[in-house]
Design a protein around this ligand. Structure first.
Ligand SMILES: Nc1ncnc2c1ncn2[C@@H]1O[C@H](COP(=O)(O)OP(=O)(O)O)[C@@H](O)[C@H]1O
Ligand SMILES: [Mg+2]
Length: 300
């Protein structure tokens, strides 16, 4: 059983069926990317995991315990960074963490020790200014430190990089990647490149369901070997190839796309080309990027 199990969850707001039949599992110590367009239901799902929103049906388990709406018991396993974190702006990072520790019943010595460790982790060590004067990136990093204060088994971050510039995004991604040995990380995003950078596993949410789910390698491999594209040096060679070797599709004057070709087929093609003294500009196995897959999923 994974650290998080979502099983046949549904959720509507009025007549808007946002989550139709959502099931997925997050194994421990993964960096898990939860990806979907704006409005796909990522925040809604996270809030149901936290017991802040009531699912209409289905079940959610965190660390093997069932989540009940309005009950916070399972949240002792979770650190949460909301999409727009709120702080007491007049506090410094240390003061803020001290207050959070106090609320959650941690021993003051433990809070101090943990604060030092976490502020170092998020690059806010020695920052003594009030949080209200922080940049967006600093606030997100502060939020991660806060979410990790209780050493949660599961860290849930809602679009932690979306409002940041490339450097700020990289800082957050590096932090999330670095904590994966101690905690399972789930983060939502609509930015594919962020996900591709640090995730072991991903789930695409689309139209209220999980459209794709698996390791990054599995997902990228879905259409691996889908085709081969040959770009010939000369138009006449492309025509000759089509007549004498294979009935591929001529995509442009010098380019041919052949469907579903194995490694043996590639060798066979190269042998044919060399026997006929045909030079090519490029011979490539087509592997769609995540961007293509995502568009395909979204288009249905
Ligand atoms: N409290 C709410 N009341 C009514 N509709 C909501 C509420 N929260 C979210 N929605 C709707 O549910 C859908 C999913 O929203 P959300 O979970 O915030 O998506 P995401 O986080 O993937 O961008 C959207 O159509 C949104 O308008
Ligand atoms: Mg959201």
């Amino acid at each position: 059983m994974g650290i998080l199990e979502i099983s046949h969850v549904t959720k509507s707001f009025g007549s808007n069926r946002v989550i139709k039949d959502l099931s997925f599992s997050v194994p421990e110590h993964a960096v898990f990317g939860f990806i979907g367009q704006n409005g796909a239901g990522k925040t809604t799902t996270m809030k149901m995991v936290l017991g802040l929103l009531k699912a209409d049906s289905g079940e959610i388990y965190v660390n093997g315990e069932k989540v009940s709406f309005g009950q916070t018991a399972t949240n002792r396993f979770i650190g949460y960074l909301p999409d727009v974190p709120e702080f007491y702006g007049f506090m410094t990072p240390r003061e803020y963490l001290a207050m959070c520790g106090q609320i959650t019943g941690m021993f003051p010595d433990k809070v101090k020790e943990k604060s030092t460790e976490l502020l170092k982790l998020v690059g806010l060590e020695g920052v003594n200014k009030q949080i209200r004067n922080f940049s967006r990136g600093m606030k997100q990093r502060m939020g991660i430190a806060q979410a990790l204060l209780n050493s949660p088994k599961l860290l849930i971050c809602d679009e932690p990089t979306s409002a940041l510039d490339p450097i700020g995004r990289k800082e957050i991604l590096d932090i999330l990647y670095s904590v994966r040995e101690h905690t399972t990380v789930i983060f939502s995003t609509h930015i594919l490149s962020d996900m591709e950078r640090i995730c072991d596993r991903v789930a695409f949410i689309h139209d209220g369901n999980i459209a794709l789910n698996g390791t990054l390698d599995e997902i990228k491999g879905i259409r691996k070997g889908e085709g081969i594209e040959i770009d010939f040096m000369h138009k006449k060679d492309a025509a000759f190839f089509l007549q004498n070797y294979s009935s591929g599709v001529l995509s442009e004057e010098t380019r041919i796309v052949l469907k579903k070709q194995s490694e043996d087929d590639i060798i066979e093609i190269m042998r044919f080309l060399s026997q006929k003294n045909i030079a090519v500009r490029r011979l490539e196995r087509l592997e769609p990027g995540l961007e293509d897959l995502f568009l395909e999923v979204v288009k249905g």
